[in-house]
Every structure is written in C-alpha cells, then in structure tokens.
Design a protein around this ligand. Structure first.
Ligand SMILES: *Cc1c(COP(=O)(O)O)cnc(C)c1O
Length: 403
C-alpha cells in the first residue's frame, strides 16, 4: 500500500479521463528504485526491472532514466524494451518453455540470455559454442512458503535446471564449449525471511564453484511490498548488507569479482498503481450488500486468480461512516474483488480506488465480455497527468477480425 493516497490527483484523473482507469505515480516508482540501489550500495549490484509486471513504455522509460536494466520473459517484451530505449546489454531475456528459434532471435538482438533447460543449453552450445556467453537459470528447490501457484522453486516447478542436475549441466558445458557467465535463480516466493534467502544464496555459491568464468549471480526477485494495512515490506537495507557480506566472503574463495543481479517486478511498480472504478449499483440481497463497479477480472484479475488482497478506498466519500460491502465487477462470471470489506458508505457514482494495482494489473487485463480495456495515466512528480495509453474502443474489438 502507498504511504499516502493522492486523492485530489486521482479524482482529477477520473474526471478528466473517465473510469475504469489505471493511474501510476512516477514518484513512487523512483522511490522504490532508490530504496533498492541504496540498500545494495555495499556491493556492485544491478537491477533489471521484471517488466512483465507492467510494460507501458512510459513506465519503462521512468526506470530507464533511473538507470535500471530490464528483465524480459518474451521476445516481444525484449522488443518493447529496445523500443523504449534500453541498450541490448541492459536487457536480460529469461524465457521458459520457448523454442530454440526464440533464443536465437534474442541472441541476434544482442541481449543477455538466461537459459533454463538442459536441452536448449546443449543445442545452443552445439550451435554457437562459447561465442555468445549465457546465464543458466537454476532451480534451488527452496521453498520460502507462500502461494504454490506463484512459487517457482518447488519440485514440481517447470522453471530452471534443477540443482540436482549440476553434473549433467557440467557435461553439457564441457562437451559443447558453452561459456557460462552467470547463474540465476528466481524462486517466485516472497522474501519473508532473510535467512531462507541466504540459504538459497549459499546453494548458488555452491553451484558457482563449478563454473570458473562467472561475472554475476542473479538472485531473481521476491521483494515483498505491503498489500494489506500492517503488511511488512522486505527489509531491503538489512538484506543488502547480508548479501554484500556473503558476496565479499565468497569472492575471496572464488578469486574473481561477482556482481549481484536482481529482477524486481512488484517491488518497483505495485504501490505506484491505482485502478479507479465507479460504483454502478448498490444491491442489497438476503446475504450481503454488493457494491457493483464498472470493472471486473477483465481489468484486475489478481483477487480471483491468486486470492490477492487489494485495499480499496472510497475517494468520493472518504469520511462517511464505514459499512460492510462485497465489491464485485460487472462480468458474467463470479468476479468478487473483496468480501466483507469495510468501506466508507458507498453510493452510486462514487469513485473507488484499488491500491497496489501497478503490478500485474493492466498487464493481465483482457477484453473478456467485450468490455474495453482501461486507459493508463502517469501522474508526474509536478502533479501533471499524462495519458500513456488510450482507452480501448469498440473499433479495437473488431480490429484484426476477418469477417
Ligand atoms: C516475474 C518474475 C520476476 C518478478 O517477480 P516479482 O514478484 O514481480 O518481483 C523476476 N524474475 C523472473 C524470472 C520472473 O519471471
């Protein structure tokens, strides 16, 4: 959750651009980025924004201007990054389950490759030898708890080369002359416990001993931000100190400097974003009071897909007495945003704001039910509002259809 709610600017945005509307605060993105760079200033560290969280080019450019790199999971994200102005060497391509041809395409664009599959590594090495250094994505099988659906480190996970396949990986590297310049892990779990994270780092150090040409170790993401009031945020300053100390110790043994790389998504863009919706109906049933809004899981799917909590504010009547509501969308499907939520009394026409809507909000939206995807607006530090994506139109629904 954001520390403070920019109510006036959000209401102005809703009035100017209509709802449903995504609004992103540039200042919050910069603040989060600076917290990370300050926390890890004790060791050479690079941050690659995991742009699948939010790919609007204007947002990419906010982070580009701050000096971030970009982590991309599809060839089109790579193209968006290049279009936004990121240099190929500042882009990391971390796909999974892709065809060899997509890796070759990314190689031709000159970006860093992070390969997560022994068969693809073997094919890449057989084709290019050591001429194009790569990073290998490992699966340390570290479970830090959390949601099985979004966790990637468990034994059933499709991600990465298992840490138990190291011997096989070494064979592939030696046999093909592949140049491994980095090792990567991204468990998908949130860093709730620094000790658990450091155990995963130890596993990565252990793997690194087998590869003498490494330049970096990529520790993925897992930085947690608060969604509910009172939720903790990852103590990045504490983590930064521990990680720097661990790297310094390991470098003595390893005999070469190693950069730390990270790929934060949510940490950078979750709190900057608000989805503004308007209350269409207030409906009393035998069981509850539904506040029906002009949106649904076609615009924000996280509550339905991950049981995610998104805090809701009533921007129009923040001071009214609180009552219990079940907040639902207008999609012909069960699309409940929140059960039994205490909100300042809601009236038809009120503008509500969903918090933490920057990461995996617009990006996972669709035009299900032939409803239009929202517009996106960037709230600049000087208070100005900039339209950075137009609302979809009916013509957009027909575009590309061949009658
Ligand atoms: C999604 C993803 C991230 C970002 O995860 P967050 O939880 O949003 O910080 C980082 N690295 C990779 C490889 C990812 O797929």
């Amino acid at each position: 959750m954001s520390a403070s709610l920019p109510t006036t600017a959000l209401l102005a945005a809703a009035a100017q651009f209509g709802t449903p509307l995504y609004v992103y605060e540039a200042a919050t993105i910069r603040r989060q980025y600076h917290k990370l760079t300050a926390a890890f200033s004790g060791h050479p560290t690079r941050f690659f924004y995991a742009c699948k969280a939010l790919t609007n080019v204007a947002v990419l450019r906010v982070l580009l201007a701050e000096g971030a790199g970009l982590d991309c999971v599809s060839i089109n994200e790579v193209r968006l990054g290049l279009h936004a102005g990121f240099a190929p060497e500042n882009i990391l391509f971390t796909p999974n389950s892709v065809a060899f041809s997509e890796l070759v395409e990314a190689k031709e664009l000159g970006v860093n490759l992070n390969i997560d599959n022994l068969a693809l590594l073997e094919q890449f090495g057989a084709t290019f030898g050591g001429s194009y250094p790569v990073c290998v994505r490992l699966n340390p099988h570290i479970e830090a708890g959390g949601n099985y659906k979004i966790s990637t480190g468990h034994i059933d996970s499709k991600f990465g080369v298992s840490i138990h396949q190291m011997r096989h990986l070494e064979r592939v590297v030696k046999g093909t002359g592949l140049h491994v310049r980095g090792l990567h892990m991204h468990t998908g779990s949130e860093i709730k416990d620094v000790e658990v994270f450091l155990r995963a780092l130890d596993i990565l150090f252990d793997a690194a001993r087998r590869f003498p040409q490494l330049e970096f170790l990529d520790l993925g993401s897992g930085f947690k931000v608060p969604y509910k009031p009172g939720d903790p945020e990852t103590d990045v300053a504490g983590l930064g100190e521990r990680v720097a100390a661990a790297f310094q110790d390991f470098e003595v043994e390893y005999g070469r400097p190693l950069e730390a790389w990270f790929e934060p998504g949510k940490y950078l863009v979750s709190e900057c974003g608000f989805l503004l919706v308007e209350v269409s109906t207030v409906k009393h049933t035998t069981a509850t009071v539904f506040a029906g809004v002009n949106s649904g899981f076609n615009h924000l799917i996280r509550p339905m897909m991950y049981d995610a909590y998104h805090h809701i504010s009533n921007l129009s009547h923040p001071a009214s007495p609180e009552r219990l509501y079940t907040v639902v969308g207008n999609i012909c499907e069960t699309d409940t945003f929140a059960w039994d939520r205490l909100l300042p009394e809601v009236r038809e026409g009120d503008v509500l704001a969903f918090h933490n809507a920057g990461a995996y909000g617009f990006e996972m939206s669709s035009s299900f039910n032939s409803r239009l995807r929202p517009a996106e607006v960037l709230l600049e530090e000087d208070g100005s509002l900039r339209l950075i994506r137009k609302r979809q139109t009916f013509e957009d629904l027909l575009a590309g259809q061949v009658a």
